[in-house]
Design a protein around this ligand. Structure first.
Ligand SMILES: *Cc1c(COP(=O)(O)O)cnc(C)c1O
Length: 399
């Protein structure tokens, strides 16, 4: 039997991370991927691309391995990747970072999120505000810190937070406001008004903003606005991104976190005991990616936008109500008009009835709020066009 420290165990149980017998549960993503494999269904569940990213980036990783870049790199990340990250923030957003002090390379955005929360939050008197539905790691990591998770709901179909609900959630106990923009699982991009209010509230509560912007380049209607660029935001904001989504290299796990040196140092203090360092040969490859011409980034967004449109049209034709995403890999659809009352059961049946696998939105919410999202489903659009077209054809038979 595994021994789990009591405090974490209680919080984890409260957050629904453990099964009733105290064992850890397979995530819904693993479960649904297994269902897809078993039934031969098209897997629009887990968000990973089924095509390789840019050749230059893949070649750079191969060259690094061939050239002996295979031992522990520096804990903060290789200098050239930190420089490339700083260049990228300046080129796209006008943000000026000191690559020596303001940037830390992590093992994916996943580690950056975990290390930031563990560095900034401590115990049950601290609160972390997150927008719900949320990337499932957020609740798990808040549970690991023992802090209280405070959620602000995002409502169908636009998934913008209500400003009064946001104001009510942020108090003097708030240590971190954890933002994800563009948003997984909903595809929402926060409005300028919401962004400004997040910064204002963080200042008022003296909280740190941790912002997960892994979909910064996968945005369809407007240029991405990092929260760190807003007036007054920089000194209290840690910005997280990753090469995984931007360069279709989700298996490489090269992420980064940037912000004021004192906050980055606090994250490094934790990171060094989580993973010590991150994948050496992938770091120069991601540096190569970050220096690709603008057309790479705009083409990647345009390609995903047209995939979103194919998926959206297929879902609409099948009888779903569809929320039009403004960024990210994902589209949320409402299955209520197809008779669904419970998206979890509907998704399990969909694998058999339509041969398509997707994820119920209830996988991204706390237990008390399941009802609000009970007929909503997340579909991933980051698949080859012919796969999406086949999925659309299969779904159309639902009618
Ligand atoms: C995929 C994803 C991550 C994880 O990124 P990695 O670099 O693979 O660790 C973090 N946040 C969100 C919102 C994601 O969708």
């Amino acid at each position: 039997m595994r021994v789990i420290p009591g405090a974490w165990r209680r919080t984890a149980e409260g957050a629904g991370l453990l099964a009733a017998d105290g064992s850890s549960r397979p995530t819904i993503f693993a479960e649904m991927s297994a269902l897809a494999a078993r039934t031969g269904a098209i897997n629009l569940g887990q968000g990973f691309p089924d095509e390789d990213g840019p050749q230059e980036v893949l070649d750079a990783a191969r060259a690094a391995i061939a050239n002996g870049v295979n031992q522990y790199p520096p804990g903060r990340g290789i200098p050239d990747l930190r420089l490339a990250i700083a260049e990228h923030q300046l080129r796209f957003y006008g943000l000026r970072l000191d690559p020596e002090r303001d940037v830390l390379v992590t093992t994916g955005a996943t580690e950056a999120i975990a290390a930031a929360l563990l560095a900034l939050v401590d115990g049950p008197d601290d609160e972390v505000v997150v927008f719900e539905p949320y990337y499932d790691e957020y609740a798990a990591c808040v549970a690991l810190t023992g802090a209280r998770l405070v959620t602000v709901p995002l409502a169908w179909p636009h998934f913008q937070p209500d400003l009064d609900a946001l104001r009510a959630a942020v108090t003097d106990r708030t240590r971190v406001i954890l933002v994800n923009d563009p948003h997984n699982p909903t595809g929402a991009v926060f409005s300028a008004e919401v962004r400004a209010e997040i910064v204002r509230l963080a200042e008022e509560a003296d909280a740190v903003i941790v912002t997960d912007e892994v979909y910064e380049h996968l945005i369809f209607d407007e240029p991405h606005v990092p929260l760190a660029t807003l007036d007054g935001a920089w000194e209290r904001t840690l910005t997280i991104s990753s090469g995984g989504k931007t360069f279709a290299t989700t298996g490489w796990k090269i992420g980064w976190i940037s912000g004021p040196a004192d906050l980055v140092d606090a994250v490094l203090a934790v990171k060094q005991y989580l993973t010590y360092v991150s994948g050496a040969p992938f770091q120069p490859a991601i540096a190569t990616g970050l220096r690709l011409p603008d057309t790479y980034f705009t083409d990647a967004a345009a390609a995903l936008r047209s995939k979103r449109d194919i998926l959206g049209a297929g879902l609409t034709a099948a009888g779903f109500a569809v929320s039009r995403p403004r960024g990210s890999y994902f589209t949320v659809a409402d299955a209520a008009d197809l008779g669904a009352t419970d998206a979890d059961a509907f998704c399990r049946a969909l694998a058999e009835s339509a041969g398509v696998v997707a994820i119920p939105l209830t996988a991204f919410v706390t237990a008390e709020r399941r009802d609000r999202y009970r007929t909503l489903i997340r579909f991933a659009a980051c698949k080859r066009v012919e796969v999406l077209e086949e999925a659309a054809a299969r779904l159309s038979r639902l009618r």
